[in-house]
Each structure stands twice: as structure tokens, then as C-alpha cells.
Write a protein that binds this ligand. Structure first.
Ligand SMILES: N[C@@H](CCC[C@H](N)C(=O)O)C(=O)O
Length: 271
């Protein structure tokens, strides 16, 4: 059986979108199936696979799988991609919480919900001050930890490009202090309305952009008083505007792009 897919990206963070709202997949989406589809040499290739399903409480349910095959709770760029396909105001149920999308003059705007800072909401292995973890890895130290539907640490650095994130990212991601692993952000404040950001994503590695990473890093910078409550976050793949409102909710605005559509043979990847 052939299954249709849509290849999309948000600022170069790319996705295989599977729309199972009307026609369910032929079988369960196993870890090995996702890995094979995400493989850039043998499969279609992507950073994340996004499964859109029907839901009783929201316009859709969005399930998110990293390229390592694991299902995770949140994906900001994926939410904008789904919002673009839905084409109008929509609510999206995710494992990380309910979010809402809205077409906007500059792309898609997403209400990403409320950030969490309690140590066990990140989660961390034991109680610590999440404003400034008393930890360091190489030249990176004292990050802020935050959960924006998924877990992040944010390190503030003078020059984001100079950080050897390919080496430090996996070390930090896998550290036992983060029982569910972690997304690793290196953020450089340019001025009060502008930041630069590189992200090592849990389960996917270095990506061109990470929407939740941009939300986490912007809110971290706001908490430390380094930027205003609305900031443009410049990622390698392009900019995102992040606002943290008085109602505590994070609004992310930016583009999403459809690259191409195709089909794949389910039996080539499943089982
Ligand atoms: N690229 C995403 C984040 C995807 C999930 C993340 N790697 C995790 O494991 O939590 C985004 O745009 O937010």
C-alpha cells in the first residue's frame, strides 16, 4: 500500500508530514519505521516526522517523532507547518499540551502555551535552581532550564558560532542529570530586540532552526532581563519572532514552506 506524504520545512528544519485525519496509516508507526523514513541516504529524509490525526478536543492531534525514531512532546516549526496545511485558525493537541495556530501576514503565528521552570517539570534528576543550573560542560556553564512543552537548556554565550556544538551537544543531551534527555541551545544576545541562536536538538542533532528552542531561549533571555518581551531570534535557517505576553503565554511567528508531495510504499519501511 502506498502512503502519501508532504515534505515541509520551517526555516530549514524539515518534516515528513503524514495526514491521517481521514485515512489511518496501514499499521502502527514503529520506531524503526520512523528512523528508516527519516534517513537522508536511504529514506525520504527529515529532522522530524509529524503525524496529523483526528482529535475530539482539537482541530487535530499532532504526534511528533524525532529522526532517531522516538516520539516527543512538542515541535514549534512542525506546528507552523501543520498550521499552514490547516490554512485557518486551528487548535492542535500535542503530548506537550494544547497549542493554537493562526495565519499571519508574516507566516503562521502559534500560541505555544505557558513555560515551566520547576526542576521536576523540566525534568531534572534532582532539585536544582533552574534559573542557573550549577553545572558546566567544556566552555558552556550555568544554563537556564525551561520546559516549553519539551525540555531545553539555554546557555548564553558571546559568539554562538564559536561553540563546538557538534561535540558538546550530544554530551549535554545525554547527561544523566536530564532523565528525558534535553535540547541544547546556545544563544547570543545581539541587542534588546535581537538574538542569535544555534540548537542541538534531542534525537535529531544540529538543525537549521528549532521553534521550541527559539521560544525557550527568548523566554530565558527575558527572565534574565537581557532582551525585551518581544524579540527576533535569528537561527541559521532564518528569523522567528517570539513574544512572551503578560498572560504568560508564548507566541511564536514565522514562516513554513511546502517543498513537495509524494508517496512511499508502507511495506518498504514498516516491520
Ligand atoms: N524542531 C522542533 C523540536 C523537535 C523536538 C525536539 N527535538 C525534542 O526532542 O524535544 C521545533 O521546531 O521545536
Amino acid at each position: 500500500m502506498r502512503v502519501p506524504f508532504i515534505k515541509m520545512h520551517g526555516l530549514g528544519n524539515d518534516f515528513i508530514m503524514l495526514d491521517a485525519r481521514e485515512t489511518p496509516l496501514p499499521g502502527p508507526l514503529e520506531n524503526a519505521t520512523v528512523k528508516a523514513l527519516a534517513d537522508r541516504r536511504e529514506g525520504i529524509g527529515c529532522d522530524q516526522l509529524i503525524l496529523m490525526e483526528p482529535d475530539d478536543t482539537a482541530t487535530i492531534r499532532m504526534r511528533i517523532y524525532n529522526s532517531d525514531g522516538a516520539e516527543v512532546e512538542a515541535c514549534g516549526n512542525g506546528a507552523r507547518a501543520a498550521g499552514m496545511l490547516l490554512g485557518e485558525e486551528a487548535t492542535i493537541a500535542t503530548a506537550g499540551g494544547m497549542i493554537a495556530t493562526r495565519p499571519d501576514a508574516s507566516g503562521i503565528s502559534v500560541d505555544m502555551g505557558v513555560p515551566r521552570f520547576e526542576w521536576d517539570a523540566i525534568p531534572l534528576a534532582y532539585p536544582m535552581d533552574t534559573e542557573r543550573l550549577p553545572l558546566g560542560w567544556g566552555t558552556l556553564e550555568a544554563p537556564l532550564a525551561i520546559n516549553v512543552g519539551n525540555p531545553h537548556v539555554v546557555f548564553f554565550v558571546d559568539d554562538a558560532d564559536a561553540v563546538p556544538l557538534e561535540a558538546l551537544g550530544p554530551q549535554i543531551e545525554m547527561d544523566s542529570v536530564f532523565p528525558e534527555r534535553i535540547n541544547v541551545n546556545v544563544a547570543e544576545v545581539v541587542e534588546r530586540a535581537s538574538m542569535r541562536l544555534r540548537v542541538w536538538e534531542r534525537g535529531a542533532g544540529l538543525t537549521r532552526a528549532c521553534g521550541t528552542g527559539a521560544c525557550a531561549s527568548a523566554v530565558a533571555a527575558m527572565r534574565r532581563g537581557l532582551v525585551d518581551r518581544e524579540v527576533t531570534v535569528h537561527l541559521p535557517g532564518g528569523p522567528l519572532i517570539i513574544a512572551w505576553g503578560d498572560d504568560d503565554r508564548i507566541i511564536m511567528t514565522g514562516g513554513a514552506t511546502e517543498a513537495f508531495r509524494g508517496t512511499f510504499a508502507w511495506d518498504d519501511y514498516a516491520g
